[in-house]
Design a protein around this ligand. Structure first.
Ligand code: ADP
Ligand code: ASP
Ligand code: MG
Length: 819
């Protein structure tokens, strides 16, 4: 004998009813079977809502209509698929039930009260009707069957009308009296039972699993099977964590803890009967009957080889803290607290006590708070009056994240790993508890971080990979080069256990987003085909709503607009990386706010490519300064484009020719006027100066532009379109300057310098003994004279412009996130 339970998702439409009937027919060939049915998907929720509506004087017609629509279309559709299905009789039966339901609801709305026994009979209606329909299908197929009425046979002894507990011995006795022949399929409605008075009672939401376990125990079944919509029990809810792993087996205790701490796949009370009667329980996917599933049995056979078996959370909890001088050394305080909770019928999910015995904290579901408080105040009236107890402290909006596994007791450092994962996601732990069996560790956190907490804990405990989820804002030169580099490095990084996913790519018009990572082999096409307009706020919401674990925003634009969002991104848990110099050269006030956000959020803001593109300038400077070094003075060629252009002047090219060539080869800023005006170099110099501790604004940088101001005024360079044509008017001016310099054996270089906190950018004529004499062709050179590096300065030299080196620098920043 086997008992098979089918959940609501398995009975969502006519096709699925037929599919389940097929599974039953196939399985009955092997041995006798009993089927426990849930209500079709959503029905119980609608039934709960109709009661709420009736109580609140709202017209429940919308929900009643939905219930009728679901059942009427089930009836009609089944009759189309299943020959000989007795549509007419069933229609009459269903009609009767709906009339009765409407009568009850009318009564509730008049009374403004719904007694629990009426409540139970309404919410169990879905299961009753599922059995009507399945019986109709099996009868149409001439299959012999017997229906067990749970109200007269599953007898309860406690738990009221809504979450009753079944007396298995008494129920088994009653079921044995039913005449069942070997050839019968047994059908029973889940979720439903009866009390000693013969009234219908419900077994608690999700209680059909429990019904199946009870029936398996009563029938002395060989196995209990829970057929649902996933392949079995996973390390985490697979609908929430994409890389959750399917478990092959679990011990009864592990399954108990997982369900107790929130894994919806199984009702927590399911385990008691099957464990007590040593019945194995198999969780199977109704849509994939050939997949083995997860076996719950007396021992965990450890095929999965996992120390930790699963991670779950329970949301909407409250923590009550009973504390005060009266707690210390008082024997029996804990007993009084918890017997009060039991009197109030509150389920205490987690308990912690301070070692000083000054306080006891415990968590209960939010829905039980008012009951719990009333009973506690009644129990401790005197102590509260006399100041022996402080007013009971209540913390709302909490969740409990639990890590479960039989073998955890033998493993050191697991809690450490869990705490580290949560700290990494900036999640504050409000309380912790470890079961004495050491089979579970639970932490109490705020409700709104439960999903992300579960995800990071899962990532840390189950995946050897470090995850980075990247959003690339701007897919121009640097952005595209970066995407290409990430694409090429994918397997290399995977081998090093770095799971680098590009989850979003944008251009100035549209964006393409995919949480599990974009296929970079055809990202251009995907971006081209997307209709989603670019919206930076939407990206932020998207990251929050999808609870990404380690999101990184990479701003590859030159826009100042985007920098308005950096603070928001950091404070919402994203790292920010950028080659865009705009943020670091905005006002000192903004600059400081950005650093404060970094400290507050513990996220990184990395911008090594702001100066010297791919050269590790900022990182090295920060390291030196952190190690106590001080900048004495600095001079350097900070612009790859101007290094290229001035090098070409040495070779005899005119300024306009050299600039045109520089732009063509990708050396210039998106707008080459930024290079020639000296503003780009000034920005870099400002970034270096601020890094070295000088509080300066951009206006404090003295700029001698390549284009003299009187010429700029005369020729109006503000229009980008005919820029190169206009630029040729400067050719003679620069040519003369350059000739003069050459005649003295010198060359022209555009140099930025910091001396005693004074920053200056200007054209200088340097001879062949000067360290910057040979720096050209797009190379940058930076000479730092510091307390540690003197009299010979620390010189960093190399290509400082171009999309590929800049992208490589951004990539290096990206990997720095992991350190
Ligand atoms: P049914 O309608 O069959 O009773 P439920 O919705 O009650 O199905 O339970 C199945 C759901 O449980 C899955 O769809 C999944 O989202 C959720 N779930 C939560 N935790 C887990 C887990 N650890 N493993 C598998 N499923 C889980
Ligand atoms: N239909 C009930 C519920 O939704 C019982 C169940 O499906 O297990 O809670
Ligand atoms: Mg369920």
């Amino acid at each position: 004998m086997r008992v098979l339970k089918f959940g609501g998702t398995s009975l969502a439409n006519a096709k699925q009813f037929i599919h389940v009937a097929n599974i039953l027919e196939e399985n009955m060939q092997k041995e006798q079977i009993a089927a426990v049915l849930s209500a079709p998907a959503m029905i119980t929720n609608h039934l709960v809502s109709v009661i709420d509506c009736a109580l609140n004087n709202n017209i429940a017609s919308e929900h009643i209509k939905n219930i009728e629509i679901i059942f009427n279309s089930l009836l009609l559709d089944i009759s189309k698929i299943q020959p000989k299905f007795d549509f007419v009789t069933l229609r009459v039966l269903l009609e009767k039930e709906f009339i009765q339901l409407k009568k009850l609801l009318h009564g509730i709305s008049l009374l403004k009260f719904c007694p629990d026994n009426i409540n139970a009979s309404i919410i169990c209606l879905g299961e009753k009707l599922s059995v009507f329909l399945m019986k109709g299908i099996l009868v149409a197929r001439n299959i012999q069957l017997v229906v067990i009425d749970p109200v007269n046979n599953l007898i309860t002894y406690g738990g009221g009308y809504l979450a009753a507990t079944v007396n298995i011995e008494e129920s088994a006795k009653r079921i044995k009296k039913i005449s069942i022949s070997q050839a019968d399929i047994i059908l029973m409605a889940g979720f439903t039972a009866g009390n000693k008075q013969g009234e219908l009672v419900a077994l608690g939401r999700n209680g059909s699993d429990y019904s199946a376990a009870i029936l398996a125990a009563c029938l002395n079944a060989r196995r209990c099977e829970i057929w649902t919509d996933v392949d079995g029990i996973y390390t985490c809810d697979p609908n929430q964590v994409s890389n959750a792993k399917l478990l092959h087996s679990l011990s009864y205790q592990e399954a108990m803890e997982l369900s107790y701490f929130g894994a919806k796949i199984l009702h927590p009370r399911t385990i008691v009967p099957i464990a007590q009667f040593h019945i194995p329980c198999l969780i199977k996917n109704v849509f994939k009957p050939n997949v083995f599933g997860t076996l719950i049995g007396p021992t965990n056979n450890n095929v999965d080889n996992n120390i930790v078996k699963g991670i779950t959370y329970l949301k909407n909890m409250v923590m009550l803290n009973v504390s005060g001088p009266g707690m210390k050394g008082m024997i029996g305080m804990a007993a009084r607290i918890f017997s009060a909770m039991s009197k109030a019928i509150c389920s205490v999910v987690l308990i912690t006590q301070s070692s000083s015995e000054y306080s006891i904290s415990f968590c209960i579901p939010y829905t039980e708070l008012s009951r719990a408080c009333a009973t506690l105040y009644e129990e401790f009236t005197l102590e509260l009056k006399n100041g022996l107890l402080e007013p009971i402290d209540i913390i709302e909006d909490l969740a409990i994240i639990s890590v479960i596994g039989d073998k955890m007791r033998t493993k050191l450092g697991l809690s450490g790993k869990l705490f580290q994962a949560l700290a990494h996601a900036n999640i504050n732990i409000i309380a912790t508890a470890q079961g004495s069996s050491e089979r579970s560790i639970s932490v109490v956190v705020n409700n709104n971080v439960a999903n992300i907490g579960m995800k990071v804990a899962h990532q840390m405990l189950f995946s050897p990979d470090q995850l980075i989820e990247v959003f690339i804002i701007g897919s121009g030169g640097v952005g595209s080069a970066l995407i290409e580099q990430i694409r090429r490095q994918h397997y290399w990084l995977k081998n090093k256990h770095i799971d680098l996913r590009v989850c979003g790519i944008t251009n100035s018009r549209v964006m393409y987003i995919k949480t599990c990572g974009i296929n970079l082999n055809n990202w251009k096409l995907l971006l081209h085909n997307t209709q989603e307009p670019f919206n930076i706020k939407k990206i932020m919401n998207y990251i929050k709503e999808n609870h990404l674990i380690n999101p990184v925003i990479i701003d590859c634009t030159g826009s100042i607009e985007i920098t308005n969002y950096y603070l928001g991104f950091l404070l919402n848990g994203c790292h920010v990386i950028t080659p865009n110099k705009k943020a670091n050269t905005r006002s000192m006030q903004y600059y400081k706010k950005l650093r404060e956000a970094v400290l507050q959020s513990k996220k990184k803001f990395l911008y090594d490519t702001n100066v010297g593109a791919g050269l590790p300038v900022i990182d090295n400077l920060q390291k030196l300064l952190n190690a106590g070094d001080e900048l004495i003075n600095f001079s350097g060629i900070l612009s790859g484009s101007l290094s290229f252009i001035f090098g070409k002047l040495d070779e005899g090219l005119s300024l306009s020719e050299a600039t045109f060539l520089a732009q063509k080869q990708g050396y210039t800023e998106p707008d080459p006027r930024d290079d020639l005006s000296g503003i780009d170099v000034a920005r870099k110099l400002l970034i270096l100066a601020r890094e070295a501790g000088y509080e300066l604004e951009l206006k404090d940088i003295e700029i001698d532009p390549i284009m003299p101001s009187d010429l700029i005024k005369k020729y109006d360079f503000s229009d980008k379109r005919d820029f190169f044509k206009k630029l040729s008017v400067l050719d003679d001016y620069i040519f003369d300057k350059s000739q003069k310099s050459h005649k003295t054996g010198c060359v022209l270089r555009y140099i930025g310098s910091i001396q005693k906190g004074k920053c200056r950018v200007k054209i200088e004529s340097v001879d062949n003994t000067h360290p910057l004499f040979k720096v050209k062709n797009g190379e940058n050179a930076l000479a730092f004279l510091t307390k540690y590096y003197q009299p010979i300065p620390l010189v960093l030299r190399g290509y400082g412009a171009g999309n590929n080196v800049t992208a490589a620098g951004v990539f290096a920043d990206l990997l720095r996130i992991l350190s």
